[in-house]
Design a protein. Structure first.
Length: 610
């Protein structure tokens, strides 16, 4: 060892003007050093050590198998990763394909500078035009659609709620926009933490219930996929711990969980600019744990369901709530207008109910915050200014898939959903034309005959005579009564809701009023998610809730500070779309007002035309 110290000390202390003439020392030093650490015979090593070094090292089979599994997972995942580039060289990021027809997820802060369209590359070496679909500025999510194929590779979505710290994972993406040859970067690591909460910038870019990882994440990775060790998608990368350290990875990265993204997929496909949910109440962690209500709005649905100041929230959306942080984590993953289960303790009694979640923002408030946010929101015009003057039209493929409208990232996909759901309604219910109406007959659970007449200008409910009750006739003959029927929780609300259905079937979304496709949401607070088509006529908003082209219910809403009228449609077993519903049930909140077993549902000439 003294010899090695002497040689290296000599070389390290050479003056610069002597080093050129002493270059012969470096190879000698290196050879002696390698011989020393290798156990050569002249430094005291045995001949057996030299023979061992010459033999091939045998890697345990389990190690080789683990390596092959890792390589296979990466090879399966890499084709689904997307390199996102802003046209004109304005930046970019990453994304991941989730459907064969080209729908992909990325971050809002990646898509926003691109505006209506971007260029996307895959590891197959091809570049595709991509159009914006929907954006979630609160949760930093965006959906884009790659164009030109219907057989894109697709990532398999995992259940991110099952993740545990210490599990292996890997990130695929476009850090520092290095994927100029369209070959993404892969970084491997572990799940460092789960159910993290990252505070928003104001009320935007909130990362709730997110995943922490030490897999290397850098600028350009944003919007890209993080996979588990099997190559299944567990989240969308978005943040890393760069503060005070420069724009360099420090092993603290965060990803939006794929389960949160699943909640928003239907909303994102609607093309809308989305908002997140609030309960209408705030909570604090008690001295002994637990999430206690510290404030609550009396206009909230939670208040109508009995939640009060000081009550302890036990579960929200099926997730246990032990602290205020748990509450924020769960609530931050839910979209506006969802109904979810709520379990709370009030005066020692455990209450199990469902609540409707309002939004964090008013629509114009959200658009205003987006306008002041960095990066800027997507532009609304369908043409961009050319820097040399004049207008630079969007690529033809984008123009065919893009429609600008206030409140939407892209109104084009929304129109198609409206058409498809309207076609399903027309197929399921008797068609009506001008001067025609519906006649529905049936009976109540007590056996009392009931008749419903639904026309454009007249809606009438007739309850037949019984041994103890005389016939009862209730009717609506002017639009102002529609709102009042819901506001007053009147049985005539069933007429208001059925009239909205008749009009939607008859004239369709284009003529109904202000109509749009909302996305997917839980029906009666339960999975699976169902489609929601929304139409407003006069002062009443109607939400048509549909699953597999079958109408499950209609919500008639007259103001946000009261229970809507909910008309439930109970269908016979089987998939025969030609059959009519067997029963109708009118509810306000959790209480049933009317239940009707249907005997016939026919079209007839309008009473006024006779």
């Amino acid at each position: 060892m003294d010899l090695m110290n002497t040689l290296f000390s000599h070389h390290g202390n050479m003056q610069p003007n002597h080093r050129a003439s002493q270059r012969w020392l470096l190879p000698l030093q290196l050879a002696l050093f390698l011989a020393f650490i290798g156990g050569s015979e002249w430094l005291g090593g045995g001949a057996s050590d030299a023979r061992l070094a010459a033999e091939e090292v045998q890697v345990p089979p389990a190690v080789m198998q683990a390596q092959q599994q890792r390589i296979a997972a990466i090879q399966r995942a890499v084709p689904t990763a997307v390199a996102v580039f802003v046209p004109g060289g304005g930046g970019g990021g990453s994304g991941v394909l989730i459907s064969k027809d080209g729908y992909a997820l990325t971050n809002f802060h990646v898509s926003s500078p691109a505006g209506a369209y971007m260029r996307c590359g895959l590891s197959d070496g091809n570049v595709y035009d991509a159009v914006i679909v929907g954006i979630d500025p609160v949760g930093d999510l965006a959906m884009i659609r790659l164009l030109g194929r219907d057989d894109f590779p697709v990532a398999e979505l995992a259940d991110s709620d099952l993740l545990q710290p210490g599990e292996e994972c890997f990130v695929v993406g476009n850090p520092f926009l290095l994927a100029s040859n369209l070959q993404p970067t892969v970084t491997w690591g572990i799940i460092s933490g789960v159910r993290r909460y990252q505070y928003p910038a104001g009320t935007l870019l909130e990362y709730a219930n997110c995943i922490q990882t030490d897999a290397s994440i850098n600028p350009g990775n944003s919007g890209g996929p993080i996979y588990n060790a099997e190559g299944n998608l567990i989240g969308i990368v978005g943040r890393a711990g760069f503060e005070k350290r420069g724009r360099v990875n420090v092993g603290v990265g965060f990803a939006i969980s794929i389960n949160q993204a699943k909640n928003f997929l239907g909303y994102l496909r609607s093309g809308r600019i989305l908002d997140h949910a609030t309960l209408g109440a705030t909570v604090v962690t008690g001295p002994d744990g637990g999430a206690a209500v510290s404030n609550i709005l009396e206009s909230s649905d939670a208040f109508r369901r009995g939640l009060r100041y000081g009550d302890e929230i036990l579960e929200l959306a099926g997730q246990p709530i032990l602290t205020a942080n748990d509450f924020k984590n769960v609530l931050g993953t839910l979209p506006k207008d969802w109904r979810v289960p709520l379990v709370y303790r009030h005066e020692g009694e455990t209450i199990d109910t469902i609540v409707r979640l309002p939004g964090v923002h008013l629509e114009d408030e959200l658009l205003e915050k987006m306008a002041g946010a960095l990066p800027p929101p997507p532009p609304s015009p369908d043409a961009e200014k050319d820097p040399h003057g004049g207008e630079k039209k969007l690529p033809e493929s984008i123009q065919e898939n893009y429609n600008a409208r206030k409140g939407y990232a892209n109104y084009h996909p929304n129109l198609q959903y409206q058409k498809d759901l309207h076609a399903a309604l027309r197929k399921a219910f008797p068609t009506v034309s001008n001067k025609q109406g519906w006649l529905i007959t049936g009976q109540t659970p007590s056996g009392r005959a009931i008749e419903l007449v639904i026309e454009d200008d007249l809606q009438r409910l007739t309850l037949g005579k019984t041994e103890t009750d005389e016939p009862q006739i209730l009717q609506l003959d002017k639009p102002s009564q529609w709102y009042e029927s819901i506001e007053n929780r009147s049985p005539t609300a069933i007429l208001t809701v059925l009239q909205s259905l008749k009009r939607m079937v008859q004239v369709g979304p284009a003529e109904y009023g202000d109509t749009y496709y909302m996305g997917t949401l839980p029906f009666l607070g339960r999975l699976p998610l169902v489609d929601a088509l929304v139409g407003t006529r006069g002062e009443v908003e109607s939400r048509f809730l549909m699953d597999k082209n079958r109408l499950l219910g209609i919500e008639g809403i007259a103001g946000r500070d009261r229970d809507p009228a909910e008309l439930l449609f109970l269908w016979p077993a089987g998939d025969n779309a030609a059959k009519l519903p067997e029963e109708l049930e009118l509810k306000f909140g959790t209480e049933t007002d009317i239940r009707i077993k249907i005997q016939s549902w026919t079209t007839q000439a309008s009473i006024e035309s006779n």
